[in-house]
Design a protein around this ligand. Structure first.
Ligand SMILES: [Zn+2]
Length: 197
């Protein structure tokens, strides 16, 4: 995948997925052999939700060795995610990072509704809430029911900013033009990806 056309190539992959014309399945065995011998050189990093309905390789029709991924509930940035993408960019040749949110996200719902979660789960909402301050203000001002899709979009953009805020390495790569940062939203009802950066 070329950096200049990564967005279009991901969208083309999403269209193949929607049309049941996926390329990746035919290529898995060949790519296992190739990447086993020559190693990996993924060009795209994706920070996406752990939601089982949103597997990045499938919805973008990507094969073995193509996506360097981090997943957690709510696709939130933390030091582990950022360090992982630094490795992807510095050592593997990742040139495009996409933060992929989705509709009907439980982590977003829990954050917006202020749910009190047990165990370590408050770490999820604590990582999401700061990026939704403006969203919550405008929702409260309008008196409308929170639009969870809009909240997921705001979160994807916010988490992309957090990757840059934490990482001088990623900022330098972006400033030099060797890294593209994207944000997108996946619709769990239709399978359609839309870029929202
Ligand atoms: Zn989710």
């Amino acid at each position: 995948m070329q950096q200049a056309t990564a967005r279009e190539e991901l969208l083309a992959g999403n269209r193949r997925f929607l049309a049941a014309g996926m390329h990746s399945h035919m290529l898995h065995a060949e790519r296992v052999v190739h990447t086993g011998v020559f190693g990996q050189s993924p060009s795209v990093g994706i920070l996406s939700c752990s939601d089982s309905r949103v597997p990045p390789e499938i919805i973008f029709d990507q094969g073995i060795g193509e996506v360097f991924g981090v997943r957690d509930a709510g696709n939130f940035e933390d030091v582990g995610a950022t360090a992982t993408f630094e490795y992807g960019v510095a050592a593997l040749g990742v040139h495009t990072i996409t933060v992929l949110g989705h509709t009907k996200c439980g982590a977003i719902d829990a954050t917006v509704s202020g749910q009190q979660l047990p165990g370590n789960m408050p770490a999820i909402t604590a990582a999401i809430a700061p990026g939704l301050v403006e969203f919550m203000k405008s929702t409260a001002a309008s008196g409308a029911k929170p639009d969870l899709t809009a909240a997921s979009e705001a979160n994807a953009r916010w988490q992309a900013q957090q990757l840059m805020a934490r990482s001088a390495l990623l900022r330098a790569a972006r400033a030099s033009g060797s890294l593209t940062l994207l944000a997108a939203i996946y619709d769990v009802d239709t399978g359609v990806v839309r870029f929202r950066d």
